[in-house]
Design a protein around this ligand. Structure first.
Ligand code: NAI
Length: 355
């Protein structure tokens, strides 16, 4: 969809043509990790020209709407965005802007890799989780049934998975495997209990898997068993293909295998639009303290560079992160380091400039 364009600058040396993209600073630690990421991208030659827009609580504060029309217009135009985390009120209040964005732009695939960068409890983890991103329980057809004087005596939630959508995400996962040299996909479900909702997902995945026989293996696992196996023997997994809710949960668990939420990026991909973000949320407990780990969003920017065809820049970025952590031994507190967000960012930029 995107092509890397080279244009000549006045000094006659080739420079990158900037790709227009929407930038959403988000809530909580969002502006801190977004600022860090933009600085690092600048050190890589500023491959994107940003249109800064608001969403989440920041959207309510600036435009009275958690998903302002101007933000939607900008993403619709650019078809590409980098997004900080957005706060969603728990239990009540407005609906998640993240979920609304995924629905609005039909970002049906969520790609969440977990790779060991810093040696920790689990070495050599390299798993890619593909999460169905629009359906399942996240359609949020929820309501209460009043009984007697309790207006919320019974809570009901309905999940929806269509065969068409299940086949689409399965095909995406198998195509991803082929393009990225992955050999095995484990389909995660709960088809013993949620026989229809997750049974249709497994059935569709099996159907698509037949087209990839000899190229990509498929097995399946019930979600609870998978959660345990991810701790006992995570090395058995190459890719996981999950329904929406299970993918949300297991990707946080995978982040835990590689150092925590500060290490986990995510790409929300649709047919003609993509939004890149960290797996973590707005972390209100550390917001404003300048100590957030920006690696998740940096790695998400790496996925964004891959997506637009700048694999060379993505590789430089990932190498700089690895070297800053393992050779310079500079890290933020969540990785048992002492650096602030700013100090860590400066260390990465020094690495990029030295390379
Ligand atoms: P959270 O991911 O914001 O934080 C969980 C824990 O991880 C906290 O202790 C936090 O300090 C730590 N943490 C997260 N990111 C970190 C980083 N980069 N560096 C160092 N430590 C980090 O999850 P929580 O607290 O459940 O959610 C807070 C808000 O974020 C909620 O409103 C939730 O809805 C929203 N959220 C938004 C997401 C998004 O925009 N994609 C994803 C997940 C949650």
């Amino acid at each position: 969809m995107y092509h890397v364009c080279i244009q000549e600058d006045p000094m006659n040396s080739p420079t990158l043509k900037q790709i227009p993209a929407t930038l959403i600073p988000g809530d909580g630690i969002g502006p801190e990790v977004v600022e860090a990421t933009v600085k690092v991208l600048d050190a890589l030659g500023s491959p994107f020209s940003w249109d800064i827009q608001q969403a989440g609580v920041a959207g309510v504060a600036s435009a009275g709407d958690p998903l302002p029309a101007a933000t939607l217009t900008s993403i619709r135009k650019n078809k590409l965005a980098l997004k900080g985390p957005l706060t969603t009120p728990i239990g009540e209040g407005f609906r998640s802007s993240n979920v609304r964005l995924r629905e609005e732009f039909q970002l049906y695939a969520n790609v969440r890799p977990a790779v060991t960068i810093v040696p920790g409890r689990f070495e050599d983890i390299d798993i890619v989780l593909v999460r169905e991103n629009i359906g399942g329980f996240y359609v949020a057809h929820e309501y209460y049934i009043p009984v007697g004087d309790d207006p919320r005596a019974v809570a009901v939630s309905t999940g929806i998975n269509t065969r068409e959508a299940c086949k689409k995400i399965a095909r995406f996962a198998f195509e991803y495997a082929v393009k990225n040299g992955r050999k095995k996909i484990t389909v995660v479900h709960k088809a013993n209990i949620l026989k229809a909702l997750t049974g249709i997902f497994l059935e569709a995945a099996r159907e698509i898997a037949r087209e990839y026989e000899g190229k990509v293996q498929m097995n399946d696992m019930i979600v609870d068993a998978c959660a345990m196996q991810l701790v006992l023997n995570p090395w058995q997994f190459d890719m996981l293909l999950c329904t929406n809710l299970f993918g949300d949960i297991l990707s946080d668990q995978m982040a835990g295998l590689v150092g925590g939420l500060g290490m986990a990026p995510g790409a929300n991909i649709g047919d003609d639009c993509a939004i890149f973000e960290a797996v973590h949320g707005s972390a209100p407990d550390i917001a404003g303290k300048g100590i957030a780990n920006p690696i998740s969003l940096l790695l998400a920017a790496g996925q964004m560079l891959d997506h637009v065809g700048h694999q060379d820049l993505a590789l430089r970025l990932r190498t700089a992160i690895t070297d800053t952590l393992n050779k310079d031994h500079v890290a933020t507190g969540d990785l048992k380091g002492k650096a602030s967000t700013r100090e860590f960012t400066e260390a990465i930029i020094r690495r990029l400039q030295a390379a």
